[in-house]
Design a protein around this ligand. Structure first.
Ligand code: DTR
Ligand code: ZN
Ligand code: ZN
Ligand code: CA
Length: 450
């Protein structure tokens, strides 16, 4: 029995619905806590056509490894955090990037009482709202030169960046490259970088690709199983050269993609294995030696230029270039890309909430700060209804509160939600609950427009 509604209980509140069911188009900015005015969506950059990536010359990548080896030899045998060999490595890579036209920044931090350095290199141009990042840790352990771990990733990322410069690439996205410090001390440098980003700058990073150990002597070909779009680019490339891949199951939290993933940024990467042993099945598909570690010199003094699988280094360098050219030149889908569910869902009278799902795919990065939500709910006395948008991670955004005085029928409305902290891809849900007895209805349709 309704107690809160003014006046006698009407035999049928549909009479109250004589009030015209006016379609309510409320372009309200909806955030988890408040409402505001809907900011206009910026026009998308024209989609650049996908270009074929150049072949990355293996000799160039190996030349960087030779340089890293020489730097270690000249600085106590290592390139570890806090040691002169690390800063010398940073200076070497920075000089090449400066000469190639990159805008470089050295970000300092402190770890274990020593100054650490991240090297960030921005390729001028591209949409600053869609930053595609690629990174590798440049530090070694203190016991050796760290040529596979992680000179290989650092050299592959460096040569990919230099290839972008040689090509004078003008991608739709803004390309940013990074060489991290103190990964071996606990992923310190990349954590410092991500934690130093403002929420806005974080939301502008559409994806992060990580290379850490990509030339292990007894190589496996592993692709991180994180962001589907990044994973697909790598798996398709390897399938194109007839090399099977496996998903990297141990990778979570094991390298510099971890802080990006924790921040909700789509991540991906490549890996050829560390101390784990190659199985017989893996040896059959990839060659190499079963029962032997992918890299027997992992974190050892023998991790030198002799500890490199040229084929794996070449393949992973080319795979990275392919990913940059593919993902970098893909502009976000033009605004107006909608995902809709038109299946009717009955809303129980005065009962439990119901949900309707749309699955968003094909996007990179986070949802926009002006995500449009159109709802069409057929329901007499719409004041009974509470309506929420649920992001893929479960975060609820209130679209409509119940009201004991709103006797009109139907909720046909458009809302704008600031969803910039949510990953775009995934299962979004509309949740509707009828919180008052009498009057019933159903979700007719709803859609998200990016
Ligand atoms: N922790 C990395 C090596 C490593 C071990 N497992 C994975 C998985 C994915 C990337 C890297 C790694 C290091 O020693 O630098
Ligand atoms: Zn390591
Ligand atoms: Zn490493
Ligand atoms: Ca009701």
């Amino acid at each position: 029995m309704r107690s809160s509604r003014p006046g006698p209980l009407r035999p049928l509140r549909r009479r109250a619905a004589a009030v015209a069911a006016v379609a309510v188009t409320a372009l309200l900015a909806v955030t988890p806590a408040s409402y505001g005015s809907a900011p206009a969506a910026a026009p998308a950059a024209p989609a650049a056509r996908a270009l074929a990536a150049p072949d990355i010359p293996l000799a160039n990548v190996k030349a960087h490894l030779t340089q890293f080896q020489s730097i270690a030899a000249a600085n106590g045998g290592n390139r570890a955090h806090g040691r002169p060999g690390y800063k010398a490595s940073v200076d070497h890579v920075k000089a090449k990037l400066d000469a190639a036209g990159f805008t470089t920044t050295v970000q300092q931090f402190t770890s274990s009482g020593a100054t650490g350095y991240n090297l960030i290199a921005d390729w001028p141009g591209g949409d600053p709202g869609q930053v595609l990042m690629t990174g590798a840790h440049l530090d070694s352990v203190s016991t050796g030169a760290g040529i596979n771990d992680n000179g290989s990733g650092s050299a592959a990322v460096l040569e990919a960046a230099l290839a972008v410069s040689r090509a004078r690439l003008q991608p739709a996205k803004h390309l940013r490259f990074a060489w991290w410090g103190a990964e071996e001390l606990g992923i310190v440098g990349s954590k410092h970088y991500v934690n130093s980003l403002s929420t806005t700058d974080r939301s502008r990073i559409s994806g992060y690709i990580n290379l850490d150990m990509v030339a292990s002597p007894n190589a496996g070909y592993f692709v991180y199983d994180d962001d589907p779009a990044i994973e697909k680019v790598f798996k398709d490339w390897y399938a194109g050269i007839g090399v099977p891949t496996e998903i990297e199951t141990e990778g979570d939290g094991r390298s510099d993609h971890a802080p990006f993933k924790t921040a909700g940024i789509p991540v991906g990467g490549l890996f050829t294995g560390a101390g784990r042993v190659k199985t017989a099945a893996q040896a059959t598909k990839w060659g190499g030696t079963s029962g032997q570690a992918f890299d027997r010199c992992y974190h050892s003094s023998c991790d030198s230029t002799a500890n490199i699988n040229d084929t794996a280094l070449d393949r992973n360098s080319d795979a990275l270039a392919h990913a940059l050219w593919t993902l970098g030149t893909q502009a976000a889908p033009a605004p107006g890309t909608s995902f809709e569910n038109t299946t009717d869902v009955a809303v129980p009278d005065g009962g439990a909430a119901v949900t309707s799902t749309v699955t968003v795919t094909g996007r990179t990065g986070n949802a926009p700060s002006a995500l449009r939500v159109d709802v069409d709910i057929k329901h007499t006395w719409r004041g009974d209804l509470v309506v929420d948008l649920l992001a893929p991670d479960g975060t609820a955004y209130r679209l409509k509160n119940s009201s004991s005085s709103d006797s009109a029928d139907d909720v046909v409305a458009a809302y704008t939600v600031n969803a910039s902290t949510e990953t775009a891809n995934g299962a979004w849900r509309l949740r509707v609950q009828d919180v008052a007895a009498q009057d019933t209805g159903y979700i007719d349709s709803w859609k998200l427009t990016f």
